[in-house]
Design a protein around this ligand. Structure first.
Ligand code: FAD
Length: 500
């Protein structure tokens, strides 16, 4: 055959073999399964030889042409062409390390990749195991649909109440990230960011990170942007937290297996019901079971998912809490919680609320019944959202997104809503940073202004959710008139700790 014919046959073969591999990738149900099926696809499509991360999406979408793949490309391709990304040419010099593959870390990775940056996400966990179900705000649903969530998971937001398990949401976002050329590593935890060495005579090295395991290949990866998306853990240094106190609030979360029987299908969900909204229900539960709740959420998703806020007195009477203690930390400390009683408590609430005769507990990542107690009494937020460091000739932009920036109050579903907004704001700042048209203090001042607006979200968001982009003007009402933080006020965020 002529060389041209050989080439044509070669690419036809690539296509034929890549389609079942894309199907495996589409069907993968775990983090490791997704990564390994993507690696197989990558090899088949010849992506391993693509040195430029920006060409990955093009190579993949040109080669894999199954019906399902084409539906996904039909959504992703117009996104890559959107004006704010200028065909992925803005951040071509940026190397970005994202700590944590939670929903907000992955959502940030997508935006950074669309801007053209080289993006690496590290996730300390082996797998995505969180069964808990999230209620999503309308703009988040729209955003996820625009990214192809419905193609990757056709059951996405089918019920009356719009929700999805954290695990499923992470899987969807992970698959989109990989298609767009983001590199994701699991079983690797960031321990610290390492400054560039003083001796730069041999060209030196830039900002790097120390990981666990210490000999991980990423230890030599140099980056100029680092994003803390590690939820409550907050590994990134320089982001002190402040506490927003509220009245004692004890949440119990439990998941049961959903067998999808006809009886289960008929049960009505309960979307964020507070005491004052349905007093009869709460009073009856108290008189029948002695269980006194402040609110309840019940979603029928891949599991039967419940989250309730219970009064301390009834948890003591039911023996879930063994003894009253002077501080919340002592009260809710593991030795003071009786797990068997907590399971019985959960079962009683579930049976009473659904009228189903019984449930089987779903298991958590430790293979134990999925019941947990959380303290909502104190919610933390970072004192600021970004900072810039400069050391031995290398600059580093560090920022926070998601729960690590601003812990949510779940019953209001603020987690992903505010978390995605913080992801967009971080991406906008990185875009400004790469464009180099604004000086660093102006970029920090604009970012901190947006951070000040986060607690007011969603009240300050525009109704035109279809037009949301990373550009704050498209999302906030009257954004321009609200830039309130001054350059002087953010001077402390440029090389913090070094000015004094
Ligand atoms: P996380 O989801 O916490 O992800 C952080 C990731 O970082 C994790 O995967 C973790 O393993 C990883 N990590 C941590 N440290 C490191 C490290 N050093 N190196 C590498 N990786 C690291 N939100 C809603 O919007 N609506 C709801 O109804 C709702 N209900 C909730 C109910 C429950 C029970 C819970 C627990 C949360 C709920 N939330 C809800 C909150 C929502 O889950 C979070 O807002 C969302 O998961 C935030 O994502 P994130 O990416 O910021 O952080």
């Amino acid at each position: 055959p002529s060389p041209n014919k050989e080439q044509e046959e070669g690419s036809a073969q690539k296509e034929n073999f890549s389609e079942p591999l894309f199907e495996n990738f589409y069907k993968a149900q775990s983090l490791s399964g997704t990564l390994s099926s993507y690696a197989a696809l990558q090899e088949q499509v010849g992506l391993c030889d693509v040195n430029d991360h920006r060409l990955i999406y093009k190579a993949l979408s040109d080669t894999v042409q199954s019906r399902r793949a084409r539906s996904l490309w039909s959504l992703l391709t117009p996104l890559t062409e959107r004006e704010e990304y200028r065909n992925g040419t803005i951040c071509t010099e940026q190397k970005i390390l994202i700590i944590g593959a939670g929903p907000c870390g992955l959502r940030t990775a997508i935006e950074c990749s669309l801007l053209g940056a080289k993006v690496i996400v590290v996730e300390m966990r082996e797998d995505f195991t969180r069964n808990n179900v999230l209620h999503l705000w309308p703009f988040v649903i729209k955003d996820l649909k625009r990214l192809g969530a419905k193609i990757l998971y056709p059951k996405f937001c089918l019920g009356n109440i719009n929700h999805i398990s954290i695990r499923r949401l992470q899987l969807i976002l992970l698959k989109i990230c990989l298609c767009l050329g983001v590199e994701v590593h699991h079983n690797v935890a960031l321990e610290d960011v390492v400054e560039p060495p003083e001796d730069q005579s041999d060209g030196g090295t830039g900002w790097r990170a120390k990981f666990d395991p210490v000999d991980h290949s990423l230890a030599t990866f140099e980056f100029d942007v680092v994003i803390g998306a590690d939820g409550r853990r907050n590994t990134l240094k320089g982001f002190e937290k402040k506490k927003a106190g509220r009245a004692l609030a004890i949440a119990i979360i439990f998941n049961f297996v959903n067998y999808n029987t006809s009886q289960e299908v008929k049960v009505q969900e309960i979307g964020g019901c507070f005491y004052h909204m349905k007093q009869d229900f709460f009073k009856e539960m108290k008189s029948t079971l002695g269980i006194d709740l402040e609110n309840i959420v019940y979603y029928k998703d891949e599991t039967h998912y419940f989250v309730v806020t219970a009064k301390k007195s009834c948890l003591l009477t039911k023996g879930v809490l063994k003894e009253d203690k002077p501080t919340t930390a002592e009260l809710l400390s593991p030795p003071n919680v009786d797990h068997d009683k907590m399971k019985s408590f959960a079962m009683e609430v579930a049976v009473f609320s659904t009228k189903l005769p019984k449930f089987d507990f779903e298991v958590n990542h430790r293979n134990r019944p999925d019941v947990a107690m959380f303290d909502f009494t104190s919610v933390y937020q970072a004192c600021h959202s970004a900072l810039i460091r400069e050391k031995n000739g290398h600059k580093l932009l560090a920022c926070m997104v998601g729960d690590g920036l601003y812990q949510p109050f779940w019953p209001q579903g603020t987690g992903c809503g505010r978390g995605f907004i913080s992801a967009f704001n971080a991406a906008w700042m990185i875009r400004d940073w790469a464009l180099g048209e604004k000086d660093p203090l102006t970029i920090l001042a604009e970012r901190e202004t947006l951070y000040l607006m986060l607690p007011m979200t969603p009240m300050n968001l525009s109704q035109a959710v279809d037009s949301y982009t990373i550009d704050p003007k498209t999302r906030y009402k009257n954004y321009r008139s609200r830039v309130t933080v001054t350059r002087k006020e953010v001077e402390r965020l440029y090389n913090p700790g070094e000015q004094d």
